[in-house]
Design a protein around this ligand. Structure first.
Ligand code: AP5
Length: 206
């Protein structure tokens, strides 16, 4: 597959969790706008300061901030054979901008009902050393590293509700936009982590 792949879905759908298997299969680098923004917030850059207030409220960061971030990232050498976008694009304006600078070959839509999302988000824990994603119930971390796990600031019940509203209002229309272009692959995200991954890999391997 020559172009880029988009991992699409609501907050907590499992985009970050599944990214590693897709990177292993395709050798495309993962480009997560959420991770890039969190990194900018943690170093206190101008971009991070601009993004922080939106992220902590659970709202989307303005398109012009994201567009600049992606344009810079796609100039790097490892992006020349396409990348795996995780959490981008998130609005029709972002998708239109992307279409003008890169080719998208497939959009993997991980579909999970809203009622499963809150439990997934509230139980999520991250390993700050490796970036690995765990869940207190669905994917517990090894005992040896449990002391260093962190919880994202926006992973609380009230912010998740705002994130879900942003998803339904601003992001979900993109599914139809990509479906009309014959690029959307619908995946049942409401099954085990392994089964979701198997379904994605079987589509990408065909
Ligand atoms: P971002 O970091 O992209 O967050 P998100 O889209 O809300 O997605 P998440 O990272 O929360 O979830 P995920 O789908 O990766 O799920 P995960 O694999 O971790 O964005 C954060 C913020 O940045 C946004 O709110 C916005 O402010 C800003 N932003 C980012 N990109 C932007 C853009 N393009 N435009 C504007 N603003 C932008 O899994 C979740 C949990 O569930 C884990 O604990 C995992 O172990 C568990 N889990 C995963 N799969 C399963 C399964 N099959 N069964 C049971 N549990 C599972």
């Amino acid at each position: 597959m020559n172009g880029s792949i988009v991992l699409f879905g609501p907050p907590g759908a499992g985009k970050g969790t599944q990214a590693k298997r897709i990177v292993d299969l395709t050798s495309k680098p993962q480009v997560s706008t959420g991770d890039m923004l969190r990194q900018a917030v943690s170093i206190g850059s101008e971009l991070g300061l601009a993004a922080k207030v939106f992220m902590e409220a659970g709202e989307l960061v303005p398109d012009e901030v994201i567009v600049g971030l992606i344009a810079e990232r796609l100039k790097e050498n490892d992006a020349s054979g396409g990348v795996l976008f995780d959490g981008y694009p998130r609005t029709i304006a972002q998708a239109e901008e992307l279409a003008s600078i890169a080719e998208v070959s497939a959009v993997i839509s991980i579909e999970v009902p809203d009622q499963s999302i809150i439990e997934r988000i509230v139980g999520r824990r991250m390993d700050p050393e490796t970036g690995a994603i765990y869940h207190t119930k669905f994917n517990p971390a090894p005992e040896s590293i449990s002391g260093r796990l962190i919880q994202r600031k926006d992973d609380n019940e009230s912010t998740v509700k705002t994130r879900l509203s942003a998803y339904h209002e601003q992001t979900s229309p993109l599914a139809g936009w990509y479906e009309n272009q014959g690029l959307l692959i619908r995946i049942n995200g409401n099954q085990s982590i392994e089964d979701v991954g198997d379904e994605i890999i079987s589509h990408l391997s065909n």
